[in-house]
Design a protein around this ligand. Structure first.
Ligand code: AOF
Ligand code: ZN
Length: 417
């Protein structure tokens, strides 16, 4: 998820038809109406407001989803809410208390919510119960909650309580909000995005390792937003040795200076694949103010003394490895257990290739600068052994192209094999 990204707009025509008539109750169109109340033209509008509210939680709600809610009575919005962070009230509860604080009675109101209301006691009580007891008459939802504990049960409970339920409104936008959560809650491994800034011929650095900067300022700012929406960022030790990156979220201060946002702000975890324990103790990831957020993943054969020295500064994880390569499946499972729902892989080429060619990445975000580097030894965005035949190449789907100043952004899902 990218923070403050406007999700793909889903034209109202998709639901209303080009003549603007009321939509048919057509499940093929993604609308599943569980009562006689069909979505209206305004439903899309209010759901869009709810999506924007949900985005306010970007980078803060994990391992919970981003959710937004709007309460409508007559033609007036009487309450707004969004899920701020895990452990705190859900979006529906925020909207209900917002209405209360503004002196409104929610009885008889319609609730727009981007995700199916929960129906279990987790860190917070079930939203279905609050919706029922506050007398909400109609619930219009976006996505079904893929959490196996919920998954449609919330709708069923509401319907049985006599509340009109429609869902599937702006479903693509609502699902896209929680691409990472939707993956993690089912598979229990992080949603992996491989991100790289490169020349048009797919190079991320010269033969001598010079890489700053290939892409322009807007592309780099986009990269920061990607980090902000991720739970963890991962690089290989070669990137640490070549660039000594800080791997934090940097925000421009008013006076133009860059401020690091790590401890205290968004706690982006930093992960370094370092099978032989070569990370220098003075590397930024091991010595700056965010060192507590760094995990160095070493193999069993890493020298004990190096491991002990690193462990004084950062967390060291000893992982199964073979041929000097960390077992990434094991690592993803471990990170998933630690509630990392989204992992941003920022290379270099060997690491990117490992995730991509082992089928462990779900999205690529490639930023192309209008430059050509050429050269046999310049560094490729995706290296490794590569696919042996064209038939084995990775396929992308749901391509989104966007201009970012002089550069082009391509964001796409990988077709699972
Ligand atoms: C909602 N509205 O705003 C969110 C929901 O531990 P808890 O109580 O916070 O519950 C977490 C689960 O609730 C989470 O896995 C997801 O299924 C759902 N999140 N549901 O109705 C919200 N954040
Ligand atoms: Zn809830």
């Amino acid at each position: 998820m990218i923070c403050s990204r406007s999700t793909r707009s889903n034209s109202p025509e998709r639901y209303l038809g080009s003549n603007g008539a009321e939509p048919a109750m057509d499940t093929d169109e993604g609308i599943l109406v569980t009562t006689k109340t069909a979505p209206t033209r305004l439903d899309n509008h209010y759901m869009r407001v709810a999506v924007r509210l949900a985005q306010r939680g970007c980078g803060a709600t994990s391992p919970n989803p981003m959710v937004g809610a709007v309460l409508m009575k007559g033609d007036k919005i009487i309450g707004r809410g969004w899920h701020h962070r895990a452990g705190e009230p859900h979006a529906e509860i925020e909207a209900l208390s917002d209405a209360r604080q503004l002196g409104h009675n929610a009885k008889g109101a319609t609730l727009y919510v981007t995700l199916e209301p929960c129906c279990t006691h987790g860190r917070t009580p079930p939203c279905t119960e609050a919706i029922r007891s506050d007398g909400i008459r109609r619930v219009v939802a976006g996505a079904i909650d893929p959490n196996p504990q919920h998954g449609g049960k919330g709708f069923e409970i509401l319907r049985r309580a006599g509340i009109a339920v429609a869902h599937g409104v702006m479903v693509e936008e609502c699902e896209r909000l929680n691409e990472a959560f939707n993956h993690w809650i089912v598979r229990r491994t992080p949603f992996v995005t491989v991100k790289a800034g490169m020349t048009l011929d797919g190079k991320i650095a010269t033969a001598s390792g010079e890489s700053r900067w290939i892409t322009g300022e807007q592309a780099r700012a986009y990269g920061m937003k990607l980090r902000q929406g991720s739970d963890a960022i991962l690089v290989g030790v070669n990137t640490v040795l070549a660039d000594n990156p800080s791997l934090t979220v940097k925000k421009k201060k008013a006076e133009g200076r860059e401020a690091q946002v790590g401890v205290g702000g968004h706690k982006l975890r930093r992960i370094v694949l370092d099978a032989r324990g070569r990370t220098p103790l003075e590397a930024r990831v091991a010595s700056d103010e965010c060192a507590a957020l760094t995990t160095i993943v070493v193999g069993k054969l890493a020298p004990k003394r190096r491991v002990a020295a690193l462990a004084k500064r950062v967390r060291v994880l000893v992982a199964p490895s073979s041929d000097g390569k960390i077992n990434l499946r094991w690592l993803l499972k471990t990170l998933g257990e630690e509630h990392i729902t989204s992992l941003l892989v920022e290379g270099g080429g060997e690491v990117n290739a490992s995730f991509l060619l082992q089928g462990l990445a779900q999205r690529v975000t490639f930023l192309y600068a209008p430059k050509i580097l050429g050269g046999r030894d310049s560094r490729r965005a995706v290296a490794g052994e590569g696919a042996r035949t064209l038939a084995e190449s990775l396929s992308l789907t749901d391509l989104e192209w966007r201009r970012l100043g002089p550069d082009w952004l391509l964001s796409a899902r990988l077709v699972a094999r």
